[in-house]
Design a protein around this ligand. Structure first.
Ligand code: CA
Length: 235
């Protein structure tokens, strides 16, 4: 079955170009031009991926993404016009899974879409695997417990509200305890990008994660920064 992609873009020429190129790749595509139509469509059609423009008439992309996040786990690729919005776009408040800054090449967008959908499939397989009786016990690091089966993280028995990407990142760290991981390696394995992406995405997510799992986020002891190299999970 073809993956379903919802395009939310009010600029008609770009909407049509995106639609044409995605269909050519074999995706099932729907396109709308405003936020309300986007929410209606997403609720009814359950797309596998949403490509969401930030600047929309009426309800903007931030608001649309926030609402989608509360209702479903569908990955969101945000299209932004400005570099300085990135922190907010991938941050906790809005929670897009990825972003591209306009103008972008259609080839790059196609690669990104493919990588995101592949990542969704891998996560689904991991969940199926984790839900099987063969799944191992929860991973424990002192008072920090990563329950893979329930996709739940607890600190001192208190369940943390983690975004899917934060859970995946922490789980990935936990599987590589004591190893120095470069941002590029983390990007490739957790985000599934097939090329060197923007390492700030990793930094932003590590920052959010630290605020939740570190007793003192200003002086992290669990996820430490290795200067000039990347990060290391100490447990
Ligand atoms: Ca727009």
């Amino acid at each position: 079955m073809a993956d379903k992609i919802l395009i939310v873009e009010d600029e008609l020429s770009l909407q049509e170009t995106l639609s044409y190129n995605l269909k050519k790749q074999g995706y099932e595509v729907e396109a709308v031009g405003d936020g309300l139509a986007a929410l209606d469509n997403a609720r009814q059609a359950h797309p596998d991926l949403v490509i969401l423009d930030l600047m929309l008439p009426g309800m903007d992309g931030f608001e649309v993404c926030r609402i989608l996040r509360q209702e479903m786990t569908t990955p969101v690729l945000m299209l932004t016009a400005r570099d300085d919005e990135i922190d907010r776009v991938v941050g906790l408040e809005v929670g897009a899974d990825d972003y591209m800054t306009k103008p972008f090449s259609m080839r790059e967008l196609m690669a990104r879409v493919k990588a995101m959908l592949r990542r969704v499939r891998l996560v689904r397989e991991e969940i199926n695997l984790a839900a099987s009786p063969a799944a191992g016990p929860a991973l424990s690091f002192g008072d920090l417990v990563i329950d893979v089966t329930r996709r739940e993280v607890r600190v001192s028995d208190h369940v943390l509200a983690l975004k899917p990407k934060e859970f995946e990142l922490l789980h990935f760290f936990a599987q590589h305890r004591g190893q120095v991981l470069t941002r590029e390696f983390i990007l490739e394995r957790v985000w599934g990008w097939e090329y060197i992406g923007d390492s700030r995405t990793v930094d932003v997510h590590v920052r959010w994660l630290r605020e939740k799992i570190e007793p003192n986020p200003g002086h992290p002891e669990r996820i430490v920064t290795v200067r000039g190299a990347g990060y290391r999970f100490e447990g």
